[in-house]
Write a protein that binds this ligand. Sequence first.
Ligand code: SAH
Ligand code: DHB
Ligand code: MG
Length: 249
Amino acid sequence: MKSRVRSVASRLLGGSRGAQAWQTWTATDGYICEQLGLKDQATESALAAIRSAGMPPIGVAATQGKMLELLGRLVGARRILELGTLGGYSTIWLARSLPADGKLVTIEYEPRFAEVARGNIAAAGLSDRVEQRIGAALDVLPQLEGADPFDLIFIDADKGNYSSYIEWALKLSRPGTLIIADNVIGSGAIADPHGDEPWGEEGGLAGVRRLYGRLGAEPRLQTTAIQTVGEKGYDGFALALVTEPPAGG
Ligand code: SAH
Ligand code: DHB
Ligand code: MG
């Protein structure tokens, strides 16, 4: 998977220059992590467990995980929802933003991945705060209606359903909720009419483009997207704040 990230960067930036750019981004991520102490025991053990289980290394980077934690702290999150657990790497970062009595619900389709995540979350000492749900997100989300709204929602499951996930995020939120969607740049494929599928998911690119259409048209959301480079290549996050719809529409 790393080599796929590298090849995407190469294609985008042109041959060896692309590979070199990716090396620079990776080394720079390494420098940042070293200086800021972002490679701690729990998250590094989680990555090792994910690797040895043969799962794809497609979780967020440590720098991005810390950003998720900071965003959780900034909104004072007490309830967090995550779509796409994989091995629980982003889950651990997000759960760290919660107070001791906070709650994070995370949904994963693959039982085998969820099992690895369970071990990682336990080893990080966060089992009391994290509730795992196994199944397709669109089947699980209706079960979450009626409970208190979430303060932060991180969308990182199948890209083809992203615009449906925004509908659910709106239903399960309140004004002030921060919605974050990963993988909304795809090495720039998003703006390239000839762009290839960047995330190894057929229909993913079309799904993320539908997401942009939905976000741009939604009066209850104040939204931007931020491009990022690093060890995971060139991608980015959408950040959408739920607000009251403007008076008079
Ligand atoms: N958030 C993780 C990475 C998630 S990768 C991290 O940063 O550490 C995307 C995950 O979404 C994969 O584990 C995949 O199995 C899961 N997934 C794919 N389709 C899904 C669906 N319909 N419902 C729930 N999870 C899904
Ligand atoms: C990939 C990366 C992701 O962050 C993700 O959520 C799914 C897939 C990828 O690079 O294939
Ligand atoms: Mg992702």
